[in-house]
Design a protein around this ligand. Structure first.
Ligand SMILES: Cc1cc2nc3c(=O)[nH]c(=O)nc-3n(C[C@H](O)[C@H](O)[C@H](O)COP(=O)(O)OP(=O)(O)OC[C@H]3O[C@@H](n4cnc5c(N)ncnc54)[C@H](O)[C@@H]3O)c2cc1C
Length: 460
């Protein structure tokens, strides 16, 4: 289908989702991209806004009949181009399928449509003892997008990533098969686990129409400690020791000193770090502890400070509530800070925690050798670091990113810990992934989506 067929396209799509829910012709700029820094925008032929699973089923049928690429989109906050339109394709935006269908405080679950945002769910749970713990920082992201990317975020060390918090799905495959998987139980040993196959499949196998989420009890007390370190090596050892001593922080992040300075400045917060400490610091750890009672929190905090000082942390700041909120919100905004500063690529490689020091040192060397600037922050508690590369020549920048990814793989890690492959990291996957695994993935794709209408050119 080409742009010359647009009048019939508008008529056909309108007959499925309604004229009010079809955009053809002038497409708002927001739908031409997601937040991947390295990709150019592409204008889709149309954007449709289904409001029911029947609409989604009909759209898939129409896409197959016309070999029309369908690009699913949640809130467009993805960092790998998964929701970036493709040439002559139609964007299927789930933003109007945004109902919270049930919150069950007995089974501790929530059933939501895919367009529900993290913010919306958090608001709906305010008056319950529960919360949804997956916290990718960007609260406007949708649950459908979270499922498709297997989003992680700051609380993964304690609560796991999206796949650990999704109990079931309703979905429609690229071939039009409607199915449900999982349920309100935590164990299953009843055949292939389709929920886990769809989670992280980036809209290439099926469109998700409902998500059954597992909720967690909300802690009553929490505190945030910021610790400065003169050497990166000490950070990795301290992280290991925090875990070995039995502490399970709800947040365990590291920030290079320059990164923290930029974030604090951007957010206008004063963390009480003196100029003297700041000038001798290589990086900081940000550790959030939580508990159901105050005594437990106090015990954990004392133990944490003991562990940190025992591993050469130069200073520890137990932040007050304003500073705590300010720093977490600044950390949430880290992406916007590096974007504003002109970062060209963000890598989210993950390695075993024991290899973090080698990754820090090796990545810095890769950047230095190629005259790139590298700033790191990230989920150090689970070995997933975010490396912002500043290198304006796209070919050079790709080479630097490739070298860092190769290093992460040599260290036993992988390309993306949570942002997904999408379009931005596809070339790295095709180059570095085991051919046998790629071949199995292609076979699975051909069963779920034989005509390749769902998000073609993404991931594989
Ligand atoms: C400031 C900022 C901070 C971030 N921090 C983190 C972080 O810490 N951890 C993290 O994991 N991510 C992070 N992200 C990335 C992003 O928020 C996540 O990838 C999120 O899961 C994307 O959700 P979305 O609704 O915006 O999805 P989109 O970007 O719209 O889409 C993402 C993928 O999901 C597919 N998709 C969307 N809906 C469906 C559906 N219903 N069925 C099938 N496929 C679908 C799309 O095709 C695409 O492949 C951050 C982003 C920003 C901007």
């Amino acid at each position: 289908m080409t742009s010359s067929t647009r009048p019939s396209l508008k008529r056909d799509l309108s007959s499925i989702v309604g004229g009010d829910h079809t955009l053809v012709g002038t497409i708002p700029e927001a739908y031409t991209h997601d937040e991947a820094l390295e990709l150019d925008p592409v204008e889709p032929m149309a954007v449709v806004f289904p409001t029911s699973r029947d609409h989604v089923g009909e759209l898939i049928k129409y896409a197959n009949a016309n070999l029309l690429p369908l690009v699913p989109r949640g809130s467009g906050t993805g960092l790998s181009g998964g929701a970036r339109p493709v040439d002559n394709g139609v964007v299927c935006s789930f933003e109007k399928m945004n109902r919270i269908l049930a919150i069950d405080t007995i089974d501790q679950t929530a059933m939501v449509e895919p367009g529900v945002t993290l913010d919306q769910l958090e608001q709906a749970l305010t008056d319950t003892p529960y919360f949804y713990p997956v916290y990718p920082g960007e609260m406007s992201a949708s649950l459908g997008g979270n499922v498709a990317t297997n989003a992680g975020g700051m609380r993964a060390m304690k609560y796991g990533v999206t796949r650990h918090n999704v109990l079931g799905l309703e979905f429609i495959t690229g071939s039009g098969v409607r199915s449900r998987s999982g349920g309100a139980y935590v164990k299953t040993s009843s055949g292939y686990d389709l929920t886990q196959l769809i989670v992280g499949s980036e809209g290439t196998l099926a469109l998700v129409t409902r998500v059954l989420l597992r909720l967690s009890p909300r802690a009553h007390y929490r505190t945030l400690v910021l610790a400065s370190f003169g050497k990166f090596e000490d950070i990795a050892v301290a992280v290991d020791s925090i875990s070995r001593r039995g502490l399970l922080p709800s947040i365990l992040e590291y920030m290079e000193a320059s990164g923290l300075r930029a974030m604090a400045e951007h957010a206008g917060i004063n963390l009480g770090v003196t100029a003297e400490v700041s000038s001798s610091t290589a990086a900081y750890l940000m550790v959030e502890l939580e508990a159901m009672n105050y005594d437990d929190l106090e015990w954990q905090t004392n133990l944490l400070v003991e562990v940190l000082t025992g591993h050469n942390s130069t200073e520890q700041y137990v932040l007050d509530e304003t500073q705590r909120r300010g720093l977490i919100s600044a950390r949430e905004s880290a992406f916007w800070t590096v974007k504003k500063l002109g970062a060209n690529v963000i890598l989210d490689t993950v390695v075993p925690r024991s290899k973090l020091t080698e990754l820090f040192k090796g990545a810095a060397a890769c950047a230095r050798e190629r005259n790139a600037v590298l700033v790191g922050t990230g989920h150090v508690g689970d070995g997933n670091v975010h490396l912002s590369l500043f290198q304006s020549d796209p070919i050079e920048c790709h080479a630097t990113a490739n070298a860092i990814i190769e290093l992460a793989q040599e260290l036993g890690g992988t390309i993306s810990g949570e942002h997904g492959i999408g379009l931005a990291k596809r070339s790295y996957l095709l180059e570095h992934e085991d051919p046998a695994r790629l071949s199995l993935m292609n076979s699975i794709k051909s069963i779920f989506d034989p005509l390749n209408v769902l998000n073609p050119g993404k991931l594989l």
